[in-house]
Design a protein around this ligand. Structure first.
Ligand code: C2E
Ligand code: CA
Ligand code: CA
Length: 645
């Protein structure tokens, strides 16, 4: 059965033909006034020379009617010309058809008029008619160069009767004129056909070029769409986010508007990847993308910046509370469980905001500060929103000062080590000493390691610092009893770099100290940061003969699979669990399960931060015998004896 749309498609004009028709009508519309001008002026001239000799209906009224029709047609055409571009292909084709038949009609009318007028007047007047007809038709054919059909039709309609008419007269001059005009007409038809072919070819190649350009444009649009899109989540990507931030900054700074840049980071995503594989991680990210798309709207634009980090731009920000509400909505949304066949995961999200102009006066500064606010949220308000404030600004300045002092510090003389004993309470023996770095800066005084290690970790400075401290530890160990064992802290950046680990190995080898006397402490969060590299680094140290201890256990949400895949010897329970261990049953249960975990994995369990006798007793009851804390001894400088078993 033929459907209406099939009929419609049958009627559809091919694109090239439609383009040709448009070009024809466009070119002709520019020459049409000239055509009518030639026709009308020439006709008026002939009418004038015959006014006295021919009847009035033929010399006055008929040409007047024909010229008036021409004038009306010209006015109508000029008016319609403005709307040519808005015509459909079918309308253009129909208008062309009408034009061809009108030209034919006019040709027939004026030719008949000329031939009817010929018998009147003297030889000059007759010659004028012959001249009028031949010159006018040549002029009109010229004007119809782009309308092949109309031009050929006009040539046939005028030249054939003209030639026949004059050839059959006995007048040699008129016969010669007829022959001349016929020859010129033939030559003109040849020129016209050649010209029209070139014109059609030109239109065709222009059309092909335009089609190619349109296709190129489409491909380039698609490319730029893909280049700005994060394929996994369907959200705009980092490149697009930064471009949007730039654009928003420009409009906001011109219009004195407030806007906010936000950075979101998922807490616990790495564990999903480690525990369930990257496929599951991708599904979680897709779902996060879907949930975040629900939040985006005219005021809020979201993007995936990379990994488990997302960015957002919020316009028309008035109150900080407004941002806190948006942050809370996003955090609540992302906290809902992520389920896929066989497993369910729960994540939380931390969010940092920086508001323009309060927090920064350039896109880069705003982004950096949103990132700082996020870092702050992760440290102090995990799963919550932090807005960059003057307090953060002060911290950044102080950290900057600290970094400068650290960069210019003489590590040899300004850095020292304190040692804190780790005791096996069951046999009342010091099993090891933990080396803890101390910095006495001439400019800033004593700076706690929690601060300067963090600052050093922000750049490669940490590698120089680790190397310097390790050399100090090893030279101290050379002065001690051969049985003395030392635990040395490594930073996340150290174990995150194969080069840094190779340097550590070189330093130990060069020292001549037996690696088995060393324990490297790495925090749980450092391991989670880049699990594969961390595992490889620890394997290198383990193969060297050193021991590995997982520090601050319980703070990083690491999974059993992670622990199982690391070459560990010890686990140090974070001191946060010990605060209420003598009174809080929940804390006791956690510590008990960690002790049992260590037992089943055949790892030594160390409790750190033991400050009271009561805490030590409870730990002993729970089965943890190795302890460290102020109760047993504070970190002290090496005095030549204390670091001895
Ligand atoms: P950490 O590795 O967890 O070291 C134990 C921290 O707890 C030390 O703080 C120690 O002085 C403190 N501590 C020990 N017993 C008790 C106690 O009973 N109660 C309390 N409240 N605290 C106790 P410190 O020396 O300030 O070091 C802080 C952190 O700085 C260390 O935590 C470690 O992460 C880092 N750090 C210290 N030295 C180095 C180092 O040489 N390299 C690296 N990468 N990090 C270091
Ligand atoms: Ca430690
Ligand atoms: Ca610790």
């Amino acid at each position: 059965m033929i459907r209406p749309q099939d009929l419609a498609s049958l009627r559809t004009i091919p694109a090239v033909k439609a383009a040709l028709s448009r070009s024809q009508i466009d070119a002709f519309s520019r020459q049409l006034p000239l055509l009518y001008l030639i026709l009308v002026v020439n006709s008026v001239a002939v009418a004038a020379t015959h006014a006295a000799v021919a009847p009035a209906w033929l010399a006055v009224w008929l040409p007047l009617a024909m010229c008036t029709a021409c004038a009306i047609r010209l006015v109508v055409w000029v008016r319609r010309r403005r709307h040519l571009a808005s015509l459909t292909d079918a309308e253009v084709a129909s208008r062309l058809r009408t034009t061809v038949w009108l030209i034919a009609l006019l040709g027939a009318l004026f030719t008949s008029w000329g031939l009817l007028l010929f018998p009147y007047g003297d030889a000059y007047a007759r010659a004028h008619v012959a001249f009028y007809m031949s010159i006018t038709v040549i002029g009109c054919i010229f004007c119809l160069m782009h309308m092949r059909k109309a031009a050929l039709l006009l040539t046939a309609i005028v030249i054939v009767p003209f030639s026949l008419f004059f050839l059959q007269t006995d007048n040699a001059v008129l016969v010669a004129i007829a022959v001349n005009v016929l020859l010129v007409a033939i030559a003109m038809v040849v020129i016209l056909l050649n010209y029209y072919r070139d014109f059609a070819n030109l239109v065709e190649s222009k059309h092909a070029l335009q089609a190619k350009q349109a296709e190129l444009q489409r491909l380039s649009d698609e490319n730029s769409r893909l280049a700005n899109l994060d394929i996994l989540t369907g959200l705009p990507n980092r490149r697009r986010f930064l471009a949007d931030l730039d654009a928003l900054f420009r409009t906001a700074s011109a219009g004195h508007e407030r806007f906010a840049v936000g950075v979101i980071d998922l807490d616990g995503f790495k564990q999903v990847n480690d525990l369930y594989g990257h496929g599951a991680g991708d599904r979680v990210l897709e779902e996060v993308g879907r949930r975040l798309s629900d939040v985006s709207g005219p005021r809020i634009r979201l993007a995936r910046l990379g990994g488990d980090e997302f960015g957002l731009l919020v316009t028309q920000v008035r109150e900080q509370q407004d941002l806190r509400d948006i942050g809370a909505t996003i955090c609540d949304m992302l906290r809902a469980p992520y389920a896929w066949p066989g497993a369910t995961a729960r994540l939380s999200a931390s969010l940092g905001f920086a508001i323009y102009p309060d927090a920064g006066l350039s896109p880069a500064q705003l982004f950096e500060r949103a990132d700082y606010a996020l870092y702050f949220a992760k440290e102090h308000r995990r799963g919550g929103t932090t807005i960059f404030s003057a307090e953060h600004e002060k911290q950044i300045r102080e950290l900057g000062k600290l970094e400068q002092a650290l960069r210019h510090a003489d590590l040899e003389s300004e850095m020292s080590l304190h040692f804190q004993p780790i005791i096996d309470v069951s046999c009342d023996r010091v099993v090891c000493h933990e080396a803890l770095a101390r910095w006495s800066s001439p400019a800033l005084g004593a700076v706690p390691p929690s601060l300067f290690i963090k600052v050093a970790e922000r750049s490669d400075l940490i590698h120089t610092l680790t190397a310097s401290l390790l050399r100090k530890v090893l030279s101290t160990m050379r002065e001690c009893d051969r049985a003395a064992r030392v635990a040395f802290n490594l930073s996340a950046r150290d174990i995150g770099s194969a080069q840094a680990v190779a340097k550590i190995v070189d330093i130990i080898r060069a020292s001549g100290i037996e690696p088995g006397r060393l324990t490297f402490e790495v925090t749980e969060t450092a391991v989670i940061h880049d699990f594969e590299q961390a595992a490889a680094s620890l394997e290198v140290l383990k193969r060297l003969g050193a021991n590995i201890s997982l520090d601050d256990f319980g703070t990083g949400y690491s999974s059993l699979t992670c622990i199982h895949r690391l070459p560990l010897d010890k686990i140090k329970i974070d001191r946060g669990f010990l605060d209420r261990i003598d009174t809080d049953r929940a804390a006791q249960d956690i510590v008990r399960s960690i002790v049992q975990l260590c037992r089943s994995l055949k790892l030594t369990c160390v409790a750190e931060g033991v400050q009271t006798d009561a805490q030590a007793s409870v730990l002993l009851e729970l089965g943890c015998t190795v302890m460290q804390g102020f109760y047993f001894g504070e970190p002290t400088p090496f005095d030549g004896q204390s670091v001895v078993v």
